[in-house]
Design a protein around this ligand. Structure first.
Ligand code: PMP
Length: 362
């Protein structure tokens, strides 16, 4: 129907047949969060014999999946009376929650203060500052260290009047965003035919919230796989049945990988059926493949998620509907992911096949 209308409009120059069913107007920035498209990734679907669907979270108004959590933690603080008009929201973040918060704070009239590890891309720091946030990039030290970016954010909030540390890692309003919005959207978009869901975790809010909703709705039938980058402890935690190893190694992916089981993940970790560890070579290759095959320009955590969905499809067998998340756009990392020099510095030049190297233009 849409295709026919499009074809005839191209032939005649215009068409009066609607091409899309347009969504109703929404109220302000926060009203535009959520209700993202679910995209069938055609090439990887053909290859696996499954339908691999990706939730286009990069289409949120602040550009990432974390807009949802940002809105929910601020609403929660307001409802609990922890912040009043003109107050300050302080958060520790790899960047995307901060960007979501900076937008929500502008829309609601709060100040925004962000602590982030100084290992994160310059693009995210620049964007946060352009959105009016006060940004402190700090040395990337473990959570146990009192100078970890989260503890610094907590102390900063305590030192101010009318300020809240939204604590995305252990504040379960984050996970609630996905129980109440992302999970139901996926279920509705596939008329309840969801055989598998997989994604990586930072706070764990996305995975835990969606897992909780899908498991309940499907009466346990939807399989849930956690996807982990190198250097994160959750893969071995799940594979070993609950042994928490020291964190070791690193990854080019930003915003994912964890050294502990957060309060967002804890209540739902038993819902996870299996875990996958995805090497950086595969994630980087998938960044380029998604661009080349689908015209989709997303960051490394999104690409890792798609690699995990492909692995999950192989494990579950053909004919299944597998869903994952496209967390954010590659705009946030392009000085890294599309720079030959940077890729070389990470020893990842061989990850990109010859015919895709033409995209590394920075
Ligand atoms: N991908 C990116 C790019 C992110 O910034 C984040 C959040 N830090 C995630 C994935 C993971 O989301 P969550 O915190 O819900 O686990």
């Amino acid at each position: 129907m849409i295709r026919t209308a499009l074809a005839s409009s191209l032939k005649r120059g215009y068409s009066t047949t609607p091409l899309i069913s347009a969504a109703k107007p929404v109220n302000g920035f926060v009203g535009a969060i959520g209700n993202t498209p679910l995209i069938r990734l055609n090439q990887v679907s053909e290859e696996t014999g499954c339908n691999i669907y990706a939730k286009a979270e990069f289409m949120n108004p602040g550009g990432s999946v974390k807009d949802r959590a940002a809105l929910f933690v601020v609403k929660d603080a307001e409802e609990q009376g922890l912040i009043k008009p003109g107050g300050t929201v302080v958060e520790g973040t790899a960047g995307n929650t901060g960007i979501g918060l900076a937008h929500v704070c502008r829309a609601k009239g709060y100040k925004c203060v962000i602590y982030m590890p100084n290992t994160q891309s310059q693009e995210k720091i620049d964007l946060l500052r352009m959105l009016g946030a006060e940004v402190y990039p700090v040395p990337a030290v473990a959570f146990e260290n009192p100078d970890n970016y989260n503890h610094q954010a907590a102390r900063h909030a305590k030192s101010l009047e009318n300020a809240v540390w939204t604590n995305q890692f252990d504040n379960t309003a984050n996970r609630r965003a996905h129980i109440e919005t992302t999970g139901p959207e996926i279920w509705q978009q596939l008329d309840g035919n969801v055989d598998g869901f997989t994604c990586a975790t930072g706070t764990g809010g996305t995975l835990a919230g969606i897992a909780r909703f899908l498991k309940e709705k499907s009466q346990g039938k939807t399989k849930i796989f956690l996807a982990d980058p190198p250097g994160s402890v959750l893969y071995s935690f799940i594979k070993s049945g609950g042994k928490l190893n020291e964190r070791g190694g690193s990854s080019i992916t930003e915003g994912i990988g964890q050294g502990r089981v957060t309060d967002n993940l804890q209540p739902d970790i038993k819902l996870i059926d299996d875990a996958l560890q995805i090497p950086d070579t595969d994630s980087l290759r998938m960044v380029y493949r998604l661009l080349d095959e689908e015209g989709i320009y997303v960051g490394a955590s999104s690409a890792l998620n798609v690699v995990a969905a492909v692995e999950m499809a192989k494990k579950l067998g053909p004919g299944k509907n597998i869903v994952t998340i496209l967390c954010d756009g590659a705009y946030r990392y392009q000085s890294r992911l599309f720079s030959k020099k940077w890729i070389e510095s990470k020893g990842l030049s061989d990850a990109i096949p010859e015919h895709l190297k033409k995209y590394a233009t920075l």
